[in-house]
Every structure is written in structure tokens, then in C-alpha cells.
Design a protein around this ligand. Structure first.
Ligand code: NAD
Length: 298
């Protein structure tokens, strides 16, 4: 495994591709945004004018795109435009780390399988900090053979690599996780503001809750209250990180998944409504911890 094509160099993809370079892989890159490509070229990557050119004759392709429609069109192409499945070698392993609906992931995996190509869904958890540090959790849906083939590539970008099941299983596990994360973020925000309204210092309250029964990942790693924690989006006007629009997308995916199986997800449904309102108020491109302002702003 030597050469990897990386397509989608945004908040997550950029640092993930940089870690592949650090691990010694040759990395071909493409993004729709030229500045995103330039940043990776400075670090040693090779730029291409299209995703299909970048992906020819490589050992693995990694994609990190916004949503299912981007993944489907990139891999499957259009009537008059080749997709990645039309150009890659049969022994190239295709790894999609975007968070998308499981049905789209299964569709691409099946069409790849018809051409004898292995495609795995490998969405991630750990945020932009995890992407930069190379400590992401990868949650994979794949055959055993495809998982084994992709593992060395994933290990260069992550600390925990899980095989959740067959095609689509990675995406199901990921949206369950993000639905829970949104509920924790909303709950943590309202608890912190309640304490502040009663005169508590949010730093002290956070320390107390972190080691008490309300302790959770948002308090440990991603406090939503400004100036409680350094180097998190809440202390940088909620810039960078994980956009509200992407959380709205993931919560939509979890609700669609719940409809398919008639599952009851009332907390996820409420969190989706809160995040949709937040996005409609113009916060779509800010970090998802900015939901705190729904409770703090008068
Ligand atoms: P982003 O918007 O910062 O990056 C997406 C990149 O894809 C952009 O640079 C865009 O130009 C590029 N792109 C879109 N269509 C393309 C195409 N056809 N060809 C080439 N490039 C294309 O988003 P992000 O925050 O990096 O998130 C990417 C995915 O990872 C999403 O599915 C998101 O849900 C998931 N995710 C994000 C985080 C996070 O903390 N940001 C955490 C876990 C998972």
C-alpha cells in the first residue's frame, strides 16, 4: 500500500490527508476548492484537476465529502461523466469516511462489488481535533477482506478502528452516535446555563459535573460555554469544528433510519428540531456547540 487518492479536503479531510503524508504514503489530492488543494500540496501531496484523475492507479481512495448525494455522484458518475468506479483498478480499495445514509453506502458498495471492487463505509468520530491528532475512531461497514485491506490506511489517521458489520453498518453506528452526541450537547448547554443563571461559575460547574453522574464527552472535550475550555470552538466564537448544518444532516439521517424500522427516538427528534431552528436563525456554518446560545442569549 503506497499511493492513496484523497478527495474532499475540508475541515476533516485536510488534516486526515496530512496524516497520511506524515505516515509516508504518497497522496494524490482533489477538492472543488483550490485553496484546500494548495494547503496539502505545501505538505507534500500531489494535486490533480479531477477526482477521477487523482484516483487512477492508486492502492486506496479515501473520500471525505459532505453528504450522500456527493458520495453517490462521485463514485457512480453521471450519464456523460465517469465516476470513480469507472476508472479505478480492481484491486484499489475504496474508503468513504463521510457521514451519509446507510442506503447510499450500500448502493455504492453493491455497484462496486458488481465490478469486483471493494468499497467500505468508514465514517469517523473524534471531530477536527481528532482528525488533526490522528486519533479518530473509524466505524466500518465492510466484508472481512475489505476491512483488512483498508486497516493500514485507517491506522495512519485513527486510534480506534471498529468493524461494525457488513456494508452500511458503519453508517448506522455513526448516526446512532451522533444522535446521542446532539442530545448530550443540548443537555449540557441547558445545565450550564441554568447554573450560570443561578450565579455559578461555569468552569467550576463543569469540573463538578465532569466527575459526577452527569459527566459526558462534551464536558470532557468540547465544552459549549465560551472560555471554560481552551482550544475548542466555543472559545473561538464557534468557528471551525463540526458545523450545525452537518449535525442537522446527521439528525435527519437518524430520523429517517428510525422511520425505516419504526424505532422510537423522541430525544433525537427534539434535538433535530432545536438544531433546525438554530440553523434557520443563521447559525448553520458555526460549530454545533453554538446551540449553547439558544439558552444563554437573552
Ligand atoms: P467540509 O464542508 O469542511 O468539507 C467537505 C469538503 O468536500 C469541502 O472542502 C468541499 O469542497 C469538498 N467537496 C464537496 N464535493 C466535492 C466533490 N464532488 N469533489 C471534491 N471535493 C468535494 O466538511 P467536514 O467537516 O470536513 O465534513 C466532511 C464529512 O465528515 C461530513 O459527512 C461530516 O458529516 C463528517 N464528519 C465531520 C466531523 C467534523 O467535526 N467536522 C466529524 C465527524 C464526521
Amino acid at each position: 500500500m503506497k499511493t492513496i487518492a484523497f478527495i474532499g479536503l475540508g475541515n476533516m479531510g485536510g488534516p486526515m490527508a496530512a496524516n497520511l503524508l506524515k505516515a509516508g504514503f504518497s497522496v494524490n489530492v482533489f477538492d472543488l476548492v483550490p485553496e484546500a488543494i494548495a494547503k496539502l500540496v505545501e505538505q507534500g501531496a500531489t494535486a490533480f484537476d479531477s477526482a477521477t484523475d487523482a484516483a487512477k492507479s492508486v492502492d486506496a481512495v479515501v473520500t471525505m465529502l459532505p453528504a450522500g448525494k456527493h458520495v453517490k455522484s462521485l463514485y457512480l458518475g453521471f450519464v456523460d461523466q465517469d465516476g470513480l468506479l469507472d476508472v479505478v483498478n480492481a484491486d484499489t480499495v475504496l474508503i468513504d469516511s463521510s457521514t451519509i445514509d446507510a442506503e447510499s453506502a450500500k448502493l455504492v458498495a453493491n455497484q462496486a462489488a458488481e465490478k469486483g471492487i471493494e468499497f467500505i463505509d468508514a465514517p469517523v468520530s473524534g471531530g477536527t481535533a481528532g482528525a488533526a491528532a490522528g486519533t479518530l475512531t473509524f466505524i466500518c461497514g465492510a466484508s472481512d477482506a475489505a476491512f483488512d485491506k483498508a486497516k493500514p490506511v485507517l491506522e495512519a489517521m485513527g486510534a480506534n478502528i471498529f468493524h461494525a458489520g457488513s456494508a452500511g453498518a458503519g453508517q448506522v453506528a455513526k448516526i446512532c452516535n451522533n444522535m446521542l452526541l446532539s442530545v448530550l450537547m443540548v443537555g449540557t448547554s441547558e445545565a450550564l446555563q441554568l447554573g450560570k443563571d443561578h450565579g455559578l461559575d461555569p468552569k467550576v460547574l463543569s469540573e463538578i459535573m465532569k466527575v459526577s453522574s452527569g459527566g459526558n464527552w462534551t464536558l470532557e472535550k468540547y465544552n459549549p460555554c465560551p472560555d471554560v475550555m481552551e482550544s475548542v470552538p466555543s472559545s473561538n466564537d464557534y468557528q471551525g469544528g463540526f458545523m450545525v448544518d452537518l449535525m442537522v444532516k446527521d439528525l435527519g439521517l437518524s430520523q429517517e433510519a428510525a422511520l425505516l424500522t419504526n424505532s422510537s427516538t423522541p430525544m433525537g427528534a427534539l434535538a433535530r428540531s432545536l438544531y433546525v431552528n438554530h440553523a434557520r436563525q443563521g447559525h448553520g456554518r458555526r460549530d454545533f456547540s453554538s446551540i449553547f446560545e439558544q439558552f444563554s442569549k437573552k
